[in-house]
Design a protein. Structure first.
Length: 235
């Protein structure tokens, strides 16, 4: 089986999800968005498509024209019904490809904080997050409207749509449960301008990562494994 991963930023990678994929026999190929061309017509080819996060917005198409190709690629993947995972920007791209609006939220959410699972979320792979007190890593300023065919899985007071699923094969996560705490310093360096602009104390965020990162990563990897094990690969 093969997994195609679309990456927007080098350090926002698969993190702790990659070993889970390799343990299940997936080969992993990473495509650098904006640098390598997207073959929109081949959206249905890989067994799994993963679209990772990044600091740009879905609505930034005039400045980053390659986003139009990503939206088209994700749209074709949705139409195929084959497994698709979106994280942060990836989740927003899924919402946009499904015809919904993506826009700045009321406030940035950056740091470790819990999500509240819906009843459907408690019956989903995200139930594994309870092992870490439903704690996840948030790092976003944008949000989106929920596609009509989607099921909301969890929320926060700031962001009602934190995760959604479409059937068994589509999972969209506004938050990060893939981040590897052993490489978290790269996030602090790479997002230094955003953190300083938002007046977020980097030392406090580093301490929170040390306190919560390992448990969040372990729960996130378990949730991802449960999702993979529940996929319908008959299509």
């Amino acid at each position: 089986m093969d997994a195609l991963v679309i990456r927007h930023l080098a350090f926002e990678d698969l993190g702790v999800f990659e070993p889970v994929l390799r343990e299940r026999g997936y080969t992993v190929r990473t495509l650098e968005s904006g640098v390598e061309a997207l073959a929109v017509d081949s959206a249905a080819e890989p067994d799994l498509l993963v679209v990772l996060g990044g600091p740009i917005g879905v609505y930034d198409e005039p400045a980053y024209p390659f986003l139009a190709d990503e939206i088209a690629l994700v749209g074709r993947r949705l139409a195929s019904g084959r497994p698709l995972l979106g994280i942060c920007l990836g989740a927003q791209l899924i919402a946009r490809a499904a015809g919904e609006k993506v826009y700045p939220g009321p406030a940035k959410e950056i740091g470790f904080a819990p999500v509240t699972l819906t009843a459907e979320g408690e019956s989903s792979c995200l139930a594994a997050l309870t092992a870490a007190g439903n704690m996840v890593l948030h790092w976003h300023g944008d949000t989106f409207d929920l596609p009509p065919m989607a099921t909301r899985l969890c929320s926060t007071s700031i962001t009602p749509n934190q995760a959604f699923g479409i059937g068994r094969n589509v999972l969209a996560l506004q938050f990060h449960m893939e981040a590897d705490p052993r490489r978290f310093e790269r996030w602090l360096i790479g997002h230094s301008v955003e953190l300083n602009t938002a007046a977020i104390a980097i030392a406090d965020l580093r301490a929170a990562a040390a306190a919560h990162g390992p448990a969040v990563a372990a729960a996130g990897a378990k949730a991802f494994a449960r999702w993979l094990d529940g996929l319908d690969n008959s299509g």
